[in-house]
Design a protein around this ligand. Structure first.
Ligand code: ZN
Length: 373
């Protein structure tokens, strides 16, 4: 992650850059601010800048061995700590963490639980993790002068873990920089807060968010401007608004295609569409299956011819005029169940192509279930 990959935050970037350039890096830094501002991205950009061996114009070079290792999440002196479940350590979820950061650049916490199959358990940072951090601080670094321990969401530290961490924050280590990233600093132990150099990130100028949406997602200027306004200067929120809009149209088209193919039962087409669905990635595929379940319900209701009960867009409704008769009490529940099962399997890391193809086969049977007389 380069500083130039992070939208806005000019002042914070200058401050972080200056720490490195001047060689005066506080031993504990906390980036705080509401979710969706890009704090974690900025923390990653700072860490890479610190380790880059060929800094240029106030940014990392992006191509030196350190930069490449940062990009691949395997720079040995870069330690990520984040909330997990089952009393595990962060490193037990390294693969999930990497995928999670790749899927949504603004890393909403609500998507982290599902990404590690937390079920109803809210991920936290266990005391065993704090022990691990303490142990780490006593070791020398691999190759860098300073190791970075980037701790995402200190507000999720177990109290005992927070107390242990406090001890290492009290006595600075020559070779370790703690970088804390918090959405809710008011929930962090005050004694921890007081030992960190706080950088509070501000909301981003609406015009800057608009420009970023247009450039990054090719959003049309009107929607970009509207999303920036509604997001109140939070790029993560603006991105969700834009993507939700684009995703909804994409899902509508895909659902119609999927149902036509399920009905036609042409093997080659079943395979192609299942691969198209699988290629969306775990998170998006499961959102799509949620959408499909919603559409099945809508189509069942459509058969009642009570327009006021339906929540469909014009496009969805045009399709339903022909499609709804195929959805009835005899197949709506089994079809929904197959979609739920496919979601769960995909979240469990099953092979998505296989799951989606199997799903298409089942749907192609169920869609032809005769309506009960
Ligand atoms: Zn570099």
């Amino acid at each position: 992650m380069l500083f130039s990959d992070v939208t806005g935050h000019t002042d914070a970037k200058a401050m972080l850059r200056n720490y490195v350039d001047s060689g005066r890096i506080p031993h504990a830094i906390m980036l705080s601010g509401v979710a969706g501002l890009g704090k974690l991205r900025l923390a990653m950009a700072f860490s890479q800048y610190l380790h880059c061996t060929n800094r240029q114009n106030g940014d990392s070079c992006g191509v030196c061995p350190s930069c490449l290792q940062h990009k691949a999440f395997n720079f040995p002196d870069m330690i990520y700590v984040y909330p997990v479940v089952k009393k595990a350590l962060s490193r037990d979820y390294a693969e999930e963490w990497k995928n999670y950061l790749a899927e949504n650049p603004f890393n909403p916490f609500r998507e982290w639980g599902p990404a590690i199959e937390a079920g109803n358990t809210s991920p936290i940072i266990y005391v065993t993790e704090a022990d691990e951090i303490v142990r780490l601080t006593s070791l020398s670094t691999y190759s860098a002068d300073k190791r970075v321990i980037l701790l995402w969401l200190p507000e999720k530290l177990q109290p005992a873990a927070a107390n242990k961490l406090l001890k290492v924050l009290e006595e600075p280590f020559e070779n370790t920089v703690f970088l804390l990233v918090s959405n809710e600093p008011q929930q962090v132990l005050p004694t921890i807060l007081s030992r960190t150099q706080r950088i509070e990130l501000k909301r981003i100028d609406e015009e800057e968010v608009t420009g970023w949406l247009e450039k990054r997602f090719g959003t049309d200027p009107f929607l970009a401007c509207e999303a920036a306004r509604l997001s109140e200067g939070i790029p993560g929120k603006a991105m969700e608004i834009v993507l939700h809009d684009a995703e909804k149209s994409e899902f509508t088209a895909l659902f119609q295609k999927m149902m036509r193919i399920a009905y036609s039962r042409v093997g080659a087409d079943l395979k192609v569409v299942s691969e198209e669905i699988a290629a969306m990635g775990r998170q998006k595929t499961t959102r799509y299956f949620d959408y499909c379940q919603g559409q099945l319900r809508e189509n069942l209701i459509y058969n009642l011819h009570r327009a006021e009960l339906n929540l469909m867009s014009a496009d969805e409704e045009t399709f339903s005029a022909k499609f709804a008769p195929f959805i009835h009490l005899g197949n709506v529940t089994p079809m929904s169940e197959e979609l739920s099962r496919a979601s769960a399997d995909i979240m469990r890391n099953a092979n998505a192509k296989v799951v989606c193809f199997d799903l298409m086969l089942k749907l192609s049977m169920l869609i032809r279930t005769p309506r009960a007389k």
